[in-house]
Design a protein around this ligand. Structure first.
Ligand SMILES: Cc1cc2nc3c(=O)[nH]c(=O)nc-3n(C[C@H](O)[C@H](O)[C@H](O)COP(=O)(O)O)c2cc1C
Length: 348
């Protein structure tokens, strides 16, 4: 018989032992569990963020390209749905990064997550002086150490199994490279995590907690379009692939997503643009821009409009572990119970 989807309540001692493994991460976040809901543009808005925080995890608003006024509205709306702490994820190349930091501070956001590159020292300083805790993504050990020296209060290490924009290294390797050496700030692991057993194993390796994105897309509270959720429920790990780059002269930003007509057309688009460049019909810089513009607005098309053929279906390899729509609290409880059951089994 298949294992039940929501396992029976684990023994109290195992839950207590899990609590102590999560203690540093949970204290840092101010949440019941050291589980972060990774910010996902268009998906991580007030409803999912509040639902995750209310479920004992830690929701994070994805600011994406929002302007400061729009972000302020989203923060206020989230605060109306939860009394629990949540964070805001800011993309470092946003042209109004400083104002976005100030917007978070003006609205008493306790945690600012800087993503999409190394944040400028001024942004880290402003966030900290304003009373927020700063979380940064560390793609390698040297950068992890540099970010801690620059004032990061916690780090996320995200493996290439993750959905969305990815680096080249898997979490299995990043965790070994970074966890043993960064002991002075909490380190959260991300990428490819879909079950509690995996969270437990990274906690045992020294992680303070875990950040999951893909696993939360199909939460009942997530406003992602039904077509987007259906694609996740149908998708297997092998369908969530990184973008293919055709020519090293025209770099593309690697994004892991479910394959669809859009990803296939992107190959044709690159090939045709490169052909026009070689034929002298378009300058190199203009050709590069044409390639980069292909995906503009594509995540919104899929998440909000439900165009799962032409939009971007950003998803991690853990998409294969998403099997149905469930309330956020059920997903969080399932992860915690799986971790605690594994811990109980290990300790006999
Ligand atoms: C649809 C989607 C959109 C995402 N958008 C963002 C984003 O705007 N900013 C960011 O820092 N990470 C983004 N991510 C990454 C998540 O925050 C998280 O780190 C990642 O999903 C963890 O890996 P997993 O998908 O394997 O759980 C996105 C991921 C997905 C699946």
């Amino acid at each position: 018989m298949d294992a039940p989807l929501v396992p029976d309540a684990p023994p109290a001692e195992a839950l207590a032992a899990l609590d102590s493994l999560m203690a540093q991460g949970a204290a840092f976040l101010g949440s019941r569990y050291a589980i972060m809901g990774g910010a996902m543009s268009w998906v991580s808005e007030r409803n999912l963020v509040a639902a995750l925080s209310n479920a004992g995890a830690f929701g994070v608003i994805a600011c994406g390209a929002m302007e400061p006024d729009r972000l302020a509205q989203e923060i206020v709306a989230t605060q109306a749905l939860t009394q629990k702490p949540f964070g805001v994820n800011l993309i470092t190349m946003h042209p109004r990064l400083d104002q976005l930091v100030q917007t978070c501070l003006d609205h008493q956001v306790g945690h600012i997550v800087f993503a999409g590159g190394i944040p400028p020292g001024t942004a880290i300083k402003a966030a900290k002086e304003g009373g927020a805790r700063v979380v940064c993504f560390a793609p390698a050990l040297a950068l992890a150490k540099k970010l801690v020296r620059s004032g990061a209060d916690a780090l996320v290490i995200e493996g290439s199994e993750a959905g969305g924009h990815i680096g080249p290294v898997s979490l299995t390797v990043l965790a070994q490279e970074i966890l043993p050496h960064i002991r002075n700030v909490p380190v959260f692991v991300a990428g490819g995590i879909g079950r509690g057993e995996a969270i437990l194993s990274y906690l045992e390796m020294g992680a303070a907690g875990a950040q999951l994105g893909t696993r939360f897309v199909c939460a009942s509270e997530s406003i992602a379009h039904a077509n987007f959720k259906r694609a996740f429920i149908r998708g297997a790990a092998r369908d969530a692939l990184p973008t293919i780059q055709l020519d090293e002269r025209f770099p593309v930003i690697p994004v892991r997503a479910l394959q669809n007509a859009g990803t296939r057309r992107f190959l044709d688009h690159q090939a045709e643009t490169i052909r026009r460049f070689l034929a002298g019909e378009v300058e190199k810089a203009a050709a590069q821009l044409e390639i980069e513009h292909f995906w503009a607005g594509a995540l919104r098309r899929a998440v909000v409009d439900g165009d799962v053929e032409n939009g971007s279906l950003m998803a991690g390899q853990s998409v294969g572990l998403v099997t149905r729509e469930q309330p956020a609290v059920e997903i969080v409880q399932e992860l915690v119970n799986q971790a605690a059951h594994a811990l109980a089994a290990r300790r006999g």
